[in-house]
Design a protein around this ligand. Structure first.
Ligand SMILES: Nc1ncnc2c1ncn2[C@@H]1O[C@H](COP(=O)(O)OP(=O)(O)OP(=O)(O)O)[C@@H](O)[C@H]1O
Ligand SMILES: [Mg+2]
Length: 326
């Protein structure tokens, strides 16, 4: 089955073609103009999606060497995300579905992040999934494909959001996760003892850590040589805050397969530390291009639903606060 996957949930316009589970193309156009504002400006993002959606789709088809008429189903993110951005992808996907008379399927962006784990490999269920992205931090039990139970969520900021905010405090543009990682490579993770949130259960919290970094910087205005230690110590604290509840859940449920997805899953220190701390577990991370928003994870998830005969009506609306179906 040849499937087109579209994601316009935030600021990246992403389109992918997959055939029988194999990624033939995965084109991501990242809007960089938001960096100067320190975050995504929704109105600018949706206008950019309008400009980009057609050329990005044409590029994805060309790279896949597939003509539009060979597409057998179209999947698109319908939430969660920015409503104006979601609308562009949804309207575009519906028009393709109508014109080609092929199935249309609305995809939950969080489920698409989970399916990024299955793009490059098969994983047997049950498994524990940690989604750690710019807008979400969720700890999930996936009993079988399509069957989820959420055990923990962030009570405040998402982990990626904390990376972006701390990068901003240190004078780096949005999104700053990648920059923190680069700086941290030159610093010491044990230089400053930032707090790790201690919560009951499997929830996460990053606002206390973010505030601790802010107060530290105010009290000790850093010179250029101090910045790598601050970045590394913050990174270490955030990674511990992700790893502790994840391993607790793995232990409690006696499930030794753990998948980590979402933009923060690109972080090399997180990859290394989780593998180090859970030697008895099978730890799976998608390749970096499938961690941050991309069309391939949407296409892969759409293929799964299409194979089960699950389509969406053309009356489907954008749902900015959609949650994972449990
Ligand atoms: N190497 C890295 N280390 C840490 N964080 C990173 C790294 N690379 C990217 N990120 C963070 O990942 C986030 C973007 O990820 P993603 O595209 O999955 O999120 P999103 O789509 O904005 O949010 P959501 O999926 O929750 O709607 C940003 O916060 C970014 O700083
Ligand atoms: Mg995302």
């Amino acid at each position: 089955m040849t499937v087109l996957g579209i994601d316009t949930s935030c600021d990246d316009t992403s389109v992918s073609v997959i055939k029988n589970g194999r990624v033939l193309s995965n084109v991501v156009f990242s809007q960089i103009e938001h960096s100067k504002y320190g975050g995504v400006i929704p109105e600018l993002a949706s206008r950019d999606h309008i400009r980009n959606i057609l050329p990005v789709t044409q590029k994805a088809l060309k790279e896949a060497n597939v003509s539009l008429h060979k597409i057998e189903g179209v999947g698109v993110t319908y939430g969660p995300g920015l409503v104006g951005s979601l609308l562009i992808g949804i309207s575009f996907a519906k028009s393709i579905s109508l014109a080609l008379e092929i199935p249309f399927i609305g995809i939950n962006h969080l489920e698409a992040h989970i399916f990024s784990l299955f793009i490059e490999r098969k994983i047997n269920s049950p498994l524990i999934v940690l989604i750690t992205s710019g807008g979400h931090t969720e700890l999930i039990l996936m009993e079988s494909e399509g069957k989820y139970q959420v055990f923990g969520s962030t009570l405040d900021d998402a982990c990626g959001e904390a990376f972006d905010k701390v990068a901003g405090m240190l004078g780096f543009p949005y999104p700053g996760g990648k920059e923190i990682e680069k700086l941290a490579e030159k610093g010491r993770g044990d230089a400053i003892e930032f707090p790790r949130a201690k919560l009951n259960g499997y929830d996460f919290s990053f606002s206390g850590l973010k505030t601790a970094v802010l107060y530290y910087i105010r009290k000790n205005p850093p010179s250029k040589k101090d910045i790598p230690d601050i970045a590394a110590s913050f990174q270490e604290a955030s990674i511990d805050s992700l790893i502790i509840p994840t391993l607790m859940l793995s232990e409690k449920l006696d499930i030794r397969t753990i998948g980590v997805c979402g933009g923060v899953a690109r972080n090399k220190r997180l990859r290394e530390k989780l593998k180090e701390r859970a030697k008895e577990c099978r730890i799976v991370f998608p390749s970096p291009q499938f961690c941050t928003d991309n069309g391939a994870m949407v296409a892969r998830c759409a293929e799964f639903h299409l194979e089960r005969g699950e389509f969406s009506p053309l009356s489907l609306k954008a749902d900015p606060s959609l949650i994972l179906p449990t």
